[in-house]
Design a protein around this ligand. Structure first.
Ligand code: CA
Ligand code: CA
Length: 362
């Protein structure tokens, strides 16, 4: 191939790229808004000053040192008083352009969550939009404003309670928010109630849950309970009265709002095509803190529930799903049993969340 052919092909490729990506390059690489330089000028810019915009942008964002300081600061915040670190009302320069705006916050959307709007000095209401990432990457519902070291940052949390920080963002004058760092949360469980000796014994051994593997003929939805289906059935002396009871595992799953997932047991008739509602049912609901008649029957955060026996007593364990809670509403773990018709707590667990910076976004 001759030099002339190569040059001609390169020029054609450039013109084609200019045709489709010229405006994009002008905006993203050279920070030119609503402008498309001529092909010749763009070529000169490409050759002479690659990523001018990236440099411009890095001048706008906090330095590496600043980012490390603020991210470590957030990771080290004292959880019980974490609300005190943030500002929710008043005037503050949230987009770091040297002009303060008024913070206006409110709930929005079917999923609620912290959402801030700001009123600029000219009365214009604006919000801050993510740049370079999407909300669903982090799936956060809590948000807080943090003035730190002469700049203003946004800290995003899994939920509004602010106990599980997810990432830290920084907004620039064009009201775009850049992710600066991400956090991870290590959760440690401890026995907070019940019989400590029993709980220690429990955690020292592997106890298999009682098997639920019997089919049933319950229709969907079960007994007119909205969005509730039946899983397998099984026999267990759940109330420790010496006789086996037929139970079925029910699953409530609703996509409304943030979604709701509840697993719970109910008493099943011998015919296996309907529930057996009565005193035993009432006791079982009380033990599980389940209210089938409510909009959602229990804690929506998803749970794992199972029966096991130890030294002749049947226990019910109910806990968050998966390995560890990732938000405060998942911080539950109990072992209960029934004795003479009363609900007893064998173990109750508390949670300690330790936050650390898991990575920087530059
Ligand atoms: Ca401002
Ligand atoms: Ca029984």
């Amino acid at each position: 191939m001759s030099l002339l052919t190569i040059t001609a092909l390169a020029a054609a490729a450039f013109l084609l790229a200019y045709r489709f990506y010229g405006a994009f390059l002008a905006k993203r690489v050279f920070c030119l808004d609503d402008a498309k330089p001529t092909p010749a000028l763009l070529l000169v810019m490409l050759l002479a000053a690659p990523s001018v915009c990236a440099e411009e942008r890095s001048k706008l964002l906090p330095s590496k040192q600043e980012a490390q300081k603020v991210c470590e600061y957030v990771a080290g915040m004292e959880k019980p008083i974490i609300q005190d670190y943030f500002l929710r009302r008043g005037y503050l320069d949230v987009n770091n352009d040297n002009a303060p705006e008024y913070i206006q916050s409110g709930l929005t959307g079917s999923m609620g969550g912290d959402f801030f709007e700001f009123v600029a000095q000219d009365g214009k209401v604006f919000s801050i939009e993510p740049e370079g990432f999407e909300w669903k990457e982090y799936w956060t519902h809590g948000q807080a404003i943090l003035p730190f070291g002469g700049k203003v940052y946004f800290v995003h949390f899994k939920e509004e309670d602010m106990l599980y920080p997810s990432y830290l963002g920084y907004a620039t004058a064009d009201n775009r928010e850049y992710a600066i760092c991400e956090f991870k949360n290590k959760v440690t469980e401890f026995v907070s109630g019940g019989n400590h000796d029993f709980c220690a014994k429990l955690s020292a051994q592997k106890i298999n849950p009682l098997l639920f593997d019997e089919e049933n003929k319950l229709p969907y939805p079960v007994e007119g309970r909205r969005e509730t289906g039946a899983s397998k059935a099984g026999k267990v002396d759940f109330d420790n009265d010496g006789s086996q009871d037929l139970l079925v595992l029910l699953h409530y799953a609703s996509g409304a709002g943030r979604g709701c997932d509840v697993n719970y047991f109910d008493t099943l008739a011998e015919s296996k095509d309907k529930l057996l509602l009565g005193e035993k049912h009432n006791l079982l609901m009380k033990m599980q803190e389940i209210h089938p008649e409510d909009r959602h029957p229990g804690n929506c955060s998803g749970n794992e529930t199972s029966w096991f026996t130890l030294d002749g007593t049947t226990y019910l364990e109910n806990k968050y799903r998966d390995d560890a809670p990732t938000r405060q509403s998942q911080e539950f773990h109990t072992v209960k049993y029934l004795k003479n018709g009363e609900v007893e707590t064998a173990c109750e667990y508390g949670f300690i969340v330790e936050t650390s910076v898991s990575g920087y976004k530059f």
